[in-house]
Design a protein around this ligand. Structure first.
Ligand code: AMP
Length: 564
């Protein structure tokens, strides 16, 4: 049975919630619904986006609305047009079985006359963005003299977006006898000021830790040099074949640049930024929501209205200057009970930005290594195999070809056949990542070291064998003749590793590692090509990746053809 009944909601609303699949109230709903139903006190709620706050404030209002009275009884202010529309749609859904309640959604960038006509018909609930709401008040088309509830949704966002004056204006227009409900994910001093000025001894509700990020988000950072930032981004996408994420950039220009590079490189991506018209932005958002796009490169402002529950990753291509923005960015993943990952790609100089963010979100960033070519190939390969296992075969369509296909392939045995099919998908990938350089670390410290002085060795043991840098150093020292040898970079990977030793020791290393065992395994050491810095097999170059199965993601034909 729906647990919403116990919160004091009527059957008609509970039935509508049932249809939406809402059975168990979210923590914020559990707290606000009975509170607003039973008390006229103002309310100050700490709530992240995606926690169910729309229902948290609108259900108790809908429950108490006077359906006989056609005047505007509730005004809900939201920072963006998209959020306003979404709240309006949610309210329509919640009132599916309720006596008709009239709702008007008003926002800028759309025909005001039409909105005025809707208001004229009588709207008991108005949802509006601050600017357009002020405009309609000034034109005397929106009357707030009978308001009983005023909701400030995402108050921090509204202030961030420069709506302080508009909010002051609206708040002064409403009668003093009303219930004000303020929802915010963060409480910087500007929001506290609004709360102090306009809320009368509010009840405080917090679903989750104040100012903290969502609990099921992992925060990771990758340390790279500036010139490798984009290449690292691509690798992070490649190691997550089913990624569905937003890449945040700090400027419109950067958003455009990254998106166009990704598109050129065959990824299913697009940009969302303020240089696009509202209509263009709507199209991009719709494509992303429908999962026709896998990656959206967006500025903070442009992404504000976008609410998607299933994002697997948020990537901070560059960290924002304001800590609050990081909370907002990362709060977009890990929603609706799912695990999410918020990634920061940083260079050495930006490392100092992590600490203040950690203090704010109450969580530590985990330092992860940018994956190397082999790891990516392995991941992609097994992803491909999983897809082969799960693919739905359309018997009707394929059956008429099967005889001649079997005839043509009858001389190739099963093992060879598998190899060949996998290779069709995979060869380009392997060759793209062959000898791909190590992108980890800000190389500014290393610039003075001459790579030519070192030989890079491959060793067939890794983390799986409980190898770590210290044990590898021990193993090297144990098996090389005594002497002063310089060991360079060590990279420990899952099932194998790399290490560098000064060049004139190459023969001694190869000889020394003959007949060596480690944790019961025969150790193999071989010389690998030293990855060239900057050029060579850099991931920075554009690359036509051939054809790729998108799984759930249905891109355009052109893009599909390019993605590997
Ligand atoms: P919101 O924070 O209001 O944007 O809600 C985030 C998402 O959670 C939306 O997709 C809602 O439809 C969904 N949602 C909200 N409350 C519930 C609930 N009690 N049960 C299931 N889904 C919910």
């Amino acid at each position: 049975m729906s647990l919403f009944v116990e919160l004091g909601l009527s059957r008609a609303i509970v039935d509508a919630l049932d249809d939406l699949g809402y059975v168990q109230p979210t923590p914020i709903q559990q707290q606000t619904i009975p509170q607003i139903l039973s008390s006229k006190k103002d309310l100050k709620a700490f709530a992240q986006t995606g926690t169910g706050k729309t229902a948290a404030f609108s259900l108790p209002i809908l429950e108490q609305l006077d359906t006989e009275d056609s005047s505007t009884q509730a005004i809900i202010l939201s920072p963006t047009r998209e959020l306003a529309i979404q709240i309006g749609n949610n309210i329509e859904d919640f009132t599916k079985y309720t006596e008709k309640i009239k709702v008007a959604t008003v926002y800028g960038g759309a025909n005001i006359e039409e909105q005025i006509r809707t208001l004229k018909k009588g709207a008991q609930i108005v949802i509006g963005t601050p600017g357009r709401t002020v405009d309609l008040i000034n034109r005397k088309k929106l009357h707030l003299n009978n308001i009983q509830w005023l909701v400030l949704d995402e108050a921090d966002e509204m202030l961030n977006m420069g709506f302080k004056e508009d909010l002051d204006h609206i708040l002064k227009t409403t009668p003093s006898e009303k219930q004000t409900l303020l929802f915010s994910a963060t409480f910087p001093k500007e929001v506290d000021e609004i709360a102090k000025n306009y809320l009368k001894s509010p009840v405080e509700i917090s679903a989750g830790k104040k100012n903290s990020g969502a609990t099921n988000v992992l925060h990771e950072y990758y340390l790279v040099s500036e010139r490798n930032r984009y290449a690292a981004l691509k690798r992070l996408v490649d190691i997550n074949p089913d990624i569905y994420g937003i890449i945040f950039s700090r400027t419109r220009r950067e958003a455009k640049d990254i998106a166009s590079k990704l598109i050129d490189d065959g990824y299913n991506a697009d940009a969302l930024h303020g240089d696009l018209s509202q209509a263009q932005r709507d199209i991009v958002m719709e494509k992303f929501r429908a999962k026709h796009l896998q990656l959206l490169v967006a500025t903070d402002v442009a992404a504000r209205g976008l609410d998607v529950d299933e994002l697997t990753h948020v990537i901070n291509y560059k960290l924002p200057d304001q800590i609050e923005l990081y909370t907002h960015r990362s709060g977009r993943t890990g929603r609706a009970g799912k695990q999410g990952v918020s990634i920061a790609i940083i260079n050495n100089k930006e490392k100092s930005k992590l600490r203040p963010i950690e203090a704010k979100i109450g969580k530590k960033f985990i330092h992860e290594e940018v994956p190397n070519g082999r790891e990516i190939c392995e991941k992609q390969l097994f992803n491909l195999i999983e897809k082969v296992k799960d693919v739905q075969v359309n018997e009707n369509q394929i059956s008429s070809y099967l005889d001649s296909i079997n005839e043509q392939l009858k001389h190739i045995d099963r093992e060879e056949l598998i190899k060949r099919f996998v290779s069709i998908e995979f060869n380009q990938f392997l060759s793209y990542y062959e000898d791909a350089e190590d992108l980890n670390g800000d190389d500014s410290k290393e610039r003075n070291r001459n790579n030519e002085d070192f030989t890079r060795f491959y060793i067939n043991i890794g983390k799986m064998d409980r190898l770590n840098p210290a044990r590898l150093m021990g193993l090297i020292n144990e098996n090389l003749p005594k002497g002063n040898v310089e060991i360079g970079k060590i990279e420990i990977l899952k099932s194998f590793s790399f290490f560098e030793i000064e060049k004139n020791w190459e023969d001694k290393v190869l000889k020394g590692f003959r007949n060596v065992t480690f944790e019961g395994r025969t150790v193999i050491v071989e010389v690998t090509k030293t990855p060239k810095k900057g050029r060579g097999k850099s991931d920075n170059k554009s690359f036509n990746r051939g054809k790729k199965d998108y799984g759930n993601f249905s891109g355009s034909k052109k893009k599909r053809a390019k993605r590997f």
